[in-house]
Design a protein around this ligand. Structure first.
Ligand code: HEM
Length: 175
C-alpha cells in the first residue's frame, strides 16, 4: 500500500536536465546559407520547364527591360512593393524574400531571353498552401506593373510579359 504514493512521487520528478526539447517537440531551427543568405528548401528537380513559359525569341524584350540589371530591379521592386502592400503583405510574412527575389529575377530573365536559367520550383509547388485568391493575384500584377513603369519598360512590352504570366494563375490561385 505504501508503494503507490511513492510511485506517484517518482513520476512527478523533474525530467533530466539534458533533454533536447527541440527534438521532443519535433521543431528544428532553420539556418540561412552563409553564402546565399537563403533558407534551404525541400529537394526538387530543377529545370527551365519550372518557369512554365516559353522564352521570347531574340533580344528585343530583354533590351526593353534594361537587360539583366533592369530585370533584377523590376523583380526585386515587385517583391518589395508586395511586402509593403497591405492587401497582400500577410502572405509574404515568414517566407524567404532573399530566395523569392533571386528566383523571380531568374524566371523573368529566362522568359525575357536575357541569358538566365531558372533554378526555382514550379508554380504549383512554390505557392502550395498559400491560399492565394484572385484579388491577391490582381494586387501582385498591379505591383509588377508599377515596377515595370518605374523601369521605363514600354507599355507594349509590359503587356507581352504579362501575357506569358497570365496562364500561371491557374497554378497559383487556390480559391
Ligand atoms: C504570375 C504571378 C506569379 C509569379 C510568376 C510568381 C513567381 C514565383 C516564384 C518564381 C517563386 C519562387 C519559387 C521558389 O522558391 O522555388 C514564388 C514564390 C512565392 N510567391 Fe509567387 N508568383 C506569382 C504570384 C504570386 C502571388 C499572387 C502571391 C501572393 C500574393 C505570391 C507569393 C509568393 C510567396 C510568398 C512565395 C514564397 C514561397 C516560399 O517561401 O516557399 N506569388 N513565386
Amino acid at each position: 500500500m505504501i508503494l503507490l504514493p511513492l510511485a506517484l512521487l517518482a513520476l512527478q520528478e523533474a525530467p533530466p536536465a539534458n533533454v533536447d526539447w527541440d527534438k521532443e517537440f519535433g521543431t528544428e531551427e532553420r539556418v540561412r546559407d552563409p553564402v546565399t543568405g537563403e533558407f534551404p528548401v525541400d529537394p526538387y528537380v530543377q529545370g527551365n520547364d519550372n518557369a512554365e513559359a516559353r522564352q521570347f525569341e531574340g533580344n528585343e524584350m530583354a533590351a526593353n527591360f534594361g537587360g539583366k540589371d533592369g530585370i533584377r530591379r523590376i523583380a526585386e521592386r515587385t517583391v518589395d512593393l508586395s511586402r509593403e502592400d497591405p492587401r497582400i503583405a500577410g502572405i509574404f510574412v515568414a517566407h524567404d524574400m532573399a530566395r523569392l527575389k533571386r528566383t523571380l529575377f531568374e524566371q523573368f530573365c529566362f522568359i525575357l531571353n536575357a541569358g538566365c536559367d531558372y533554378t526555382g520550383r514550379d508554380m504549383a509547388t512554390a505557392h502550395a498552401g498559400m491560399g492565394v485568391r484572385k484579388r491577391d493575384m490582381n494586387a501582385l500584377v498591379e505591383n509588377l506593373q508599377q515596377a515595370m513603369r518605374e523601369g521605363n519598360v514600354p507599355f507594349a512590352a509590359q503587356n507581352r510579359l504579362l501575357a506569358k504570366l497570365a496562364p500561371m494563375s491557374k497554378e497559383i490561385i487556390a480559391r
